[in-house]
Design a protein around this ligand. Structure first.
Ligand SMILES: [Zn+2]
Length: 375
């Protein structure tokens, strides 16, 4: 069994359901300390984070990832116990195999091999590992980044090990992510009897044309890397349940997935202006869960594409699809951020698994990136 698989199995056997770490980071830190990394645990509330760095010079290359996993779900639906890693027909099974303990193992082994070959490499290598990526992301990567920013420690290049691949490891590299912002809208009217509408004010009637207009807007056309921004109403509630009552309030929740053609400020401004123009008496609460980011050029992208091509014999597709990742917290510091990890077909599902050989290929890719940037 390869080094990568052995370490991946060690990590999977620790039931680190978010926000638990269950000693995963200690296991990684011990290996990194042996290579000369300075180990800096960063514990915030219930979340265990690891910052480990080898070297003090720039440029700083960082591997980012998480040791927490989503809950296993119903155990009887698993063919093998989720926290007993098992290789079956060439597939490594277990919760976290793909998301993303396999990547963590590949990062550590790639670094060990690279440092053995280049003990006096250029710049610095770091690991930014959290245990709350699958949770509320309050005390994880965000706080580590705040700490680094406060002491002006700047990441130049970052690879996030999220499972980016579709059919074969390295077939897709994510070089950006869409932004996500949610609006909770409350429209006020005046409750009354449906037979006496002149004594009431129906918030549904007042809001409907505004919502129709919002749903029909072309927010942008997207660009070379991003699909057009989408607006979707997710929840709508109004009325008392009785057929003879005009409701006093309407609640609407909507979400934008937005490209780099827009900013959250521009979205807020345009929505609020539209609601005001429709004469609504409203309250609107916004929750920004991530800014969009894009790494469309630069040394990291070039090194990653070349390293993947050297292993696979073909270049990866560059995509920005899918949900958010912790890359959204790292990119705003000015870092170039790329996501490269194994096939994501089974993430968060029962019987999560990954092709065991893919993790060795992934380690070769990570090592290839290090060699191209820091050798
Ligand atoms: Zn993940």
């Amino acid at each position: 069994m390869s080094d990568v698989i052995t370490l991946a199995k060690d990590l999977i056997s620790r039931p680190s359901v978010t926000p638990l770490d269950e000693g995963c980071q200690t296991l990684m830190a011990e290996r990194l300390a042996r290579l000369g990394f300075v180990i800096e645990p960063m514990i915030f509330e219930d979340t265990t984070n690891l910052w480990a760095r080898r070297g003090s010079e720039g440029p700083l290359f960082c591997f980012a990832g998480h040791t927490d996993v989503v809950p296993a779900g119903p155990l009887e639906k698993w063919d093998t116990p989720p926290f007993e890693p098992t290789i079956k027909d060439g597939m490594l099974h277990g919760r976290g195999a793909a998301d993303m303990k396999g990547s963590l193992a590949a990062m550590v082994v790639a670094t060990e091999r690279f440092v053995a070959e280049h003990p006096d490499h250029k710049g610095s290598i770091a690991f930014l590992i959290t245990s709350d990526e699958e949770g509320p992301f309050i005390n994880g990567t965000v706080r580590v980044i705040d700490t680094l920013e406060a002491r002006n420690e700047k990441i130049r290049w970052c690879i996030v090990g999220e499972p980016s691949s579709t059919a074969q490891v390295g077939d897709v590299v994510k070089n950006g992510r869409r932004g996500s912002i949610t609006g909770d809208l409350l429209v006020r009217g005046v409750q009354g009897h449906v037979a006496y509408p002149h004594l009431a004010d129906n918030p549904i009637h007042k809001a409907a044309p505004a919502l129709a207009e919002l749903a029909a807007i072309e927010w942008d056309k997207g660009n070379a890397y991003f699909p057009p921004t989408s607006f979707q109403i997710a929840n709508i509630q109004g009325g008392t349940g009785a057929s003879n009552v005009i409701p006093g309030e309407l609640q609407v929740q909507f979400n934008f997935r937005f490209s780099t053609e827009l900013t959250d400020a521009a979205i807020r401004e345009r929505v609020e202006a539209l609601l005001t123009r429709h004469g609504l008496d409203f309250e609107l609460k916004w929750t920004l869960s991530g800014q969009p980011f894009l790494t469309d050029t630069g040394a990291l992208l070039d090194a990653t594409v070349a390293a993947v091509a050297a292993v696979n014999g073909q270049q990866p597709a560059l995509l920005t699809t899918g949900g958010t990742s912790d890359g959204r917290f790292i990119a705003p510091t000015g870092a170039e951020v790329i996501e490269l990890g194994p096939v994501n077909a089974t993430i968060h599902k029962v019987n999560e698994c990954v092709k065991a050989d893919d993790l060795d290929l992934l380690a070769d890719m990570y090592q290839g990136v290090l060699a191209r940037l820091l050798a």
